[in-house]
Write a protein that binds this ligand. Structure first.
Ligand SMILES: Cc1cc2nc3c(=O)[nH]c(=O)nc-3n(C[C@H](O)[C@H](O)[C@H](O)COP(=O)(O)OP(=O)(O)OC[C@H]3O[C@@H](n4cnc5c(N)ncnc54)[C@H](O)[C@@H]3O)c2cc1C
Length: 489
């Protein structure tokens, strides 16, 4: 039995490990932290359960596909509920839109902002459905190692049909003119870590995912997905060692023979790195890494985040499960993320309140709140800086809820660049890996195989297909398939 070591127990590492174990390999995951999940870890304090990262469960079909590969269903591990409204958008102190889950109701809402926009939404969705089908069922499953993978006539025709070469910004303006509708339709693009001007129109598949497939929530919290994946991996024979940071590699004759940990050398026939790509490159060192520092420095990173986890000792009115505070000018904020990186002068932010749906994540009568400001990576991150934003967010949250909140905070923790670096070795303190710009798509992303070492591979949000939970699951399967082909070949 050949042995594969997987570095990191995030979504991509767990996915790669489970697929490899199912294909008959002995698989060991080495994880530096004390539990699984990576950016989707969880912590408990004062009776609250906080998901540390992802909070939006989109593309339920990908989770079905994932668990289905191994003869399971998501419902074997967690109960999903569809959120309605899907989310709430706060446009100003006096205007809030709740996005209905029902499509007919959504069209009525669109019509109230722009006459004829209901029919426009239909034609936009028809195209988006096709993009979802081709993008999610075909493109993202390609290992993207050679241009020839994309040279079939059908895929070339599809590439044009799904608007790989047009920007989302231009595309969406062919359908709608209302600034509010444009704001709503451009929101899912933010998940890709880039602004709509730099994002291929193909990603209107995200609107299809959001509007047609829905926004869901696994009861108990997002970490229940991780728990399910760990249980499945272990059932397939994967061994997971926590508190086991990989510190280096044993390399001879163009091959990795094992990885170095504080406990000693662990031998392997192949290594799959699910830890941050740049960090693994640093461990490999010059001559063995795929890309030099100059390459990494030129990449467009998705934003980092300033986060606050709050336990509140009372229920808060006027909040929904997902709340987007789009009550400020995003052009200024996005400029401060991408063009001229700086701490934002007046940021948009997102507030998640899972206790609105799930009583298990907060003590009775309390609220569990997670606040997120997207910010440029690589900024100086200080306690005082974090506090300044905390006060701004509290002012806006209190104004929106119409009650005092500061006096009811019983738990508070902040999290930003410094933590991303120390917890995950995140390059520039990134939260979501690389932005999905056209020049960082498919074969233009950091490749999943090391160019100097025969048996060293990469998976996760910094390689194909990109950031987000569903892409990370796919990334693990894609790399495991390549490893299997090459180890058997
Ligand atoms: C705040 C936040 C909110 C998000 N919201 C959403 C959302 O709502 N929906 C969504 O779909 N996605 C969301 N994402 C993105 C999603 O969480 C990530 O894309 C995904 O979790 C990445 O998984 P991964 O396996 O690539 O990496 P990671 O989760 O980072 O896993 C890498 C693992 O490697 C480990 N590691 C690092 N170095 C070493 C080493 N030397 N030795 C051993 N182990 C090591 C790390 O500890 C970590 O466990 C969010 C991310 C963040 C940060």
């Amino acid at each position: 039995m050949k042995k594969v070591i997987v570095i990191g127990a995030g979504f991509s590492g767990l996915s790669a490990a489970t697929e490899l174990a199912t294909k008959g390999y002995e698989v060991q995951i080495l994880e530096k932290n004390d539990h699984a999940g990576g950016r989707a870890r969880v912590f408990q304090s004062d009776g609250f359960t906080f998901d540390m990262g992802p909070s939006w469960y989109w593309m339920p079909d990908i989770f079905e596909t994932y668990f289905g590969r191994f003869g399971k269903k998501p419902s074997d591990y967690y109960d999903l509920v569809r959120l309605d409204p899907s989310y709430s958008v706060i446009l100003s102190e006096t205007e809030t839109i709740d996005l209905p889950a029902n499509y007919a109701d959504l069209k009525t809402l669109f019509e109230s902002y722009e006459a004829g926009s209901g029919a426009q939404l239909d034609s936009f969705m028809e195209q988006a459905a096709y993009k979802y089908k081709v993008g999610i069922q075909e493109f993202v499953w390609k290992p993207s190692r050679k241009i020839t993978e994309f040279l079939s006539l059908k895929l070339l025709v599809d590439a044009v049909r799904i608007d790989v070469f047009t920007s989302f910004y231009k595309h969406i303006r062919k359908f709608f003119t209302s600034p509010t509708l444009l704001k709503l339709m451009e929101f899912p693009i933010l998940f890709l870590g880039a602004i709509s001007e730099n994002t291929p129109a193909m990603y209107s598949l995200m609107n299809y995912a959001e509007i047609k497939l829905g926004t869901w929530y696994p009861m108990g919290g997002m970490h229940n997905i991780v728990k399910g994946m760990v249980a499945l991996a272990e059932e397939k024979g994967v061994k997971i060692a926590y508190n086991s940071e990989v510190l280096g590699f044993d390399i001879k004759n163009g091959k990795v023979h094992g990885v170095q940990t504080a406990a000693g050398l662990i031998e392997a026939d192949a290594v799959v790195a699910g830890a941050d790509y740049h960090h693994v490159e640093e461990l490999l060192g010059d001559g063995l890494r795929n890309y030099d520092e100059a390459y990494w420095d030129k990449r467009v990173m998705a934003p980092s985040s300033l986060l606050f986890y709050l336990g509140i000792s009372k229920r808060l009115p006027n909040l929904k499960h997902h709340n987007l505070f789009f009550d400020r000018d995003f052009t200024v904020h996005s400029h401060e993320i991408y063009t001229d990186p700086a701490w934002p002068s007046d940021p948009l932010f997102y507030a998640s309140a899972p206790s609105m749906t799930d009583p298990s994540v907060a003590p009775e009568g309390c609220e569990n709140i997670f606040l997120l400001i997207p910010v440029a990576p690589d900024l100086e991150d200080t306690e005082e800086g974090r506090e300044k934003y905390f006060e701004q967010l509290m002012d806006r949250l209190e104004a929106h809820c119409g009650v005092s909140i500061r006096d009811s905070i019983v738990y508070k923790r902040s999290y930003a660049h410094r933590d991303f670096k120390s917890d995950y070795h995140a390059y520039k303190g990134n939260a979501y890996g690389l932005a999905n710009t056209l020049m960082q798509t498919a074969i233009l992303k950091p490749t999943l195989k090391n160019k100097h070492l025969d048996n060293m591979y990469y998976t996760g949000q910094l390689t194909v297909p990109g950031p987000g939970v569903p892409p990370s699951l796919i990334s693990g399967i894609v790399v495991a398939t390549e490893v299997d082909k090459e180890l058997k070949g």
